[in-house]
Ligand binder design. Structure first.
Ligand code: ADP
Length: 667
């Protein structure tokens, strides 16, 4: 076994590989870009070497420099993780030429699967079932059109060099084929520098089921069952589970054997995944492509098999035989993984960037695992994948796993950057998902349930936010009283007693675009107010862990509020309600004070620019509107001045603290 390896990656997967290395007593060498100097993978590794600036091509894609660092640091092997150089045949070959071990398949196997068309031709010979289609070398538009016509519409045009869903076009009828072909070829050329395409029958209700295979250098090859990755947005996975619900043992065995045949056909060694498209109508499965690396979603396979796939990779790369034979493996229970992304599901899952201010994870147990490379204080930068973490749960069966997942998601707290956590919670709670009425169009089919228009928060969330404010006020009044020379003076009383009128206080809250003013008064047993025409009678206390215990209209429950200035994240009954408090009088003035240098108060999107360069503006005048957390915030001028320059336009995303516009001749 190796005693030192280099990990040519970053983020959660680098941390994940380090964890297994540590267990096996293997020293680790991390590499990092300037943006990642304090990243977890750097801190966890035994040593770390700087590669260069943040952009990947100047850092994590510098193959030559990475091999040099491996040699200088005395590493014997390189683990490429996923993404970056992991499926780059030239890198795999260069590592071997440098006398190091590439922890992955031989360069020839990567090359064989690099082109979807060539891979399909190879698979055809290995008698692996293929989606009916054309994957020939003749790229004459007339040939392709003829092929599409004979396959029957709808068809799917795919870039042969494709990945990440790019260069894919669904064609509904023969009349549209030529224009869609031209468009697919342009996209393929722009994304991959190669405009070769293939044409396939487009399945309208497919599932994505993939088989984990493993081969060693002694001719053994096994499959570690399947993963269902049908829940996708933009042809990309967000949730994966193992085993695939409803798959019969016969289907599993047939797919497993087909995957093993695929791997054997290309002399495969190491961890690989054979992706199949599964037709829910006919129960037929067809080869799609093979990924020649460890997949993001490998932990669900680890959960149901009890195996450590990174350990298997290291053993196989060191020349050992596979730890288990096919007959020694069995499926135990059910596992589900969700990918927690910094992204905005309401904006077509657009990646979000920003600063993670607060991060709290659900408790990790034998059944709840979190793979992450991010801690509170870290920045989600535009340079790399915006995945924050993977949350993996295991249960005795699918229902138990789903319940665990719902519970863990409800306990997750991420504040400071927009995430898909609320979306994931709705996804795993959806009755159609529980019933496994799932195919690759699941998210679009249930879009209205999964991405509901902003709703008015429930009374429980409002009462929690009000109570939090009231308890804070009385805590600070109590502090003032104790600090004063006359602690018993009636002027320090916080009971709300007033000489001439019943005491009440007005709170101004905003949720999405809605604004609400609530009067809160004292009642015999706590506080009273009104919400959506219903009386609110509430009371409660702060628990030692900072959460609130509320009594509301006869029910007791817990709630938690995480505040960032005037922004309040209310967590109650497993849901998250972002809200803000505002003072209708001071609102403009306060904003003016905090934004006197016109920087973005939080990461967000510019939704309006209200002035032009050269305009004279008055103190308090709104200049720009940002949207974050589904709420709008105005950036206002602190003083009279002239707009010198506007640095961002409508639609652009801004990170927290960046300068938005410049004023001059400020009075
Ligand atoms: P990429 O390499 O760009 O990720 P894939 O070939 O892996 O592309 O396909 C990505 C996704 O597109 C699949 O998971 C599936 O949801 C969908 N897809 C691919 N081929 C077909 C097909 N023939 N019919 C219907 N959907 C398909």
């Amino acid at each position: 076994m190796f005693n030192k390896i280099l990990i040519a990656n970053r983020g959660e997967i680098a941390c994940r590989i380090i964890r297994t290395c540590r267990q096996l007593g293997i020293a680790t060498v991390a590499i990092y870009s300037e943006a990642d100097a304090n990243a977890q993978h750097v801190l966890l590794a035994d040593e770390a070497w700087l590669l260069g600036p943040a952009p990947a091509r100047e850092s994590y894609l510098r193959a030559g420099r990475i091999i040099e660092i491996a040699q200088q640091s005395g590493a014997q092997a390189i683990h490429p993780g996923y993404g970056f150089l992991s499926e780059n045949e030239d890198f795999a070959a260069a590592v071997a030429t440098a006398g190091l071990v590439f922890i992955g398949p031989p360069a020839s196997a990567i090359a064989a699967m690099g082109s979807k068309s060539a891979a399909k031709r190879l698979m055809e010979q290995a008698q692996v079932p293929l989606v009916p289609g054309y994957h020939g070398l003749d790229q004459d538009p007339a040939t392709l059109q003829k092929a599409a016509d004979s396959i029957g519409y709808p068809v799917l045009i795919k870039a042969s060099a494709g990945g990440g869903g790019k260069g894919m076009k669904v064609v509904e009828s023969s009349a549209n084929f030529a224009s869609q072909l031209a468009s697919a070829k342009r996209e393929a050329q722009a994304s991959f520098g190669d405009d070769q395409v293939l044409v396939e029958k487009y399945l309208t209700q497919p599932r994505h089921i993939e088989i984990q295979v493993f081969a060693d250098s002694h001719g053994n090859c096994v499959y570690l069952f399947e993963r269902d990755c049908s829940v996708q947005r933009r042809h990309q996975k967000v949730l994966e589970e193992a085993p695939a619900p409803g798959l019969s043992p016969q289907q599993r065995e047939m797919m497993g054997n087909a995957a093993v045949n695929a791997a054997k056909a290309i002399g495969y060694v190491g961890a690989g995944t054979v992706e199949f498209i599964f037709d829910t109508l006919s129960g037929q499965f067809y080869f799609m492509e093979m990924n020649t690396r460890l997949q993001v979603e490998h932990p669900v396979t680890e959960a149901i098999t009890g195996q450590d796939l990174v350990e298997w990779q290291l053993r196989v790369a060191a020349g050992e035989v596979l730890p288990l034979a096919q007959a020694q493996m069995a499926i135990n229970g059910h596992a589900i993984e969700v990918r927690i992304y910094a992204e905005d599901p309401d904006k077509d899952f657009l990646p979000a960037i920003g600063h993670i201010r607060q991060l709290r994870l659900p408790p990790q147990t034998a059944q709840v695992r979190i793979d992450s490379g991010i801690v509170a204080g870290d920045e989600i930068s535009p340079y790399y994948d915006p995945m924050i973490a993977k949350l993996i749960v295991h249960g005795a069966n699918r229902q138990q796993a789903l319940q665990r997942m719902a519970q863990a998601l409800a306990q997750y707290r991420i504040v400071g950057v927009t995430t898909n956590l609320d979306f994931l919670a709705r996804l795993v709670a959806h009755p159609a998902f529980a019933a496994f009425d799932v195919d690759t169009r699941f998210i679009s089919r249930f879009r209205d349930d999964l991405l509901p228009a902003a709703t008015t928060p429930p009374a429980s969330a409002i009462a929690a936010l009000l109570l939090d404010g009231l308890l804070q006020q009385s805590a600070s009044a109590e502090q003032r009283r104790l600090a004063s020379s006359e602690p018993n003076s009636p002027w320090h009383s916080s009971s709300g007693w007033r000489l001439n009128e019943p005491y009440h206080q007005t709170f101004h809250l905003s949720s999405g675009v809605e604004r609400h003013s609530l009067n809160v008064g004292f009642a015999a047993s706590g506080y009273q107010s009104e919400w959506s025409g219903q009386p609110l009678l509430f009371n409660g206390q702060r628990l030692p862990n900072g959460e609130l215990r509320l009594q509301l209209n006869g029910r007791q429950f817990n709630a938690e509020i995480i505040s960032l200035g005037n922004e309040h994240h209310v967590y109650v009954d497993g849901c998250h309600y972002p809200m803000a408090c505002y003072d209708p009088v001071l609102d403009g003035l306060e904003n003016a004070e905090t934004n006197h240098n016109l920087t973005a108060p939080m990461p967000g999107t510019v939704v309006a620019v209200l002035v032009q360069a050269g305009d004279t503006v008055e103190a308090g005048q709104p200049l720009m509107v940002l949207e974050a957390m589904k709420m709008e915030h105005s950036v206002v001028a602190a003083a009279k001045g002239t707009v010198a320059e506007i640095l961002y336009a409508v639609g652009e995303r801004v990170a927290e603290g960046v300068e938005l516009l410049r004023l001059e001749d400020v009075a």
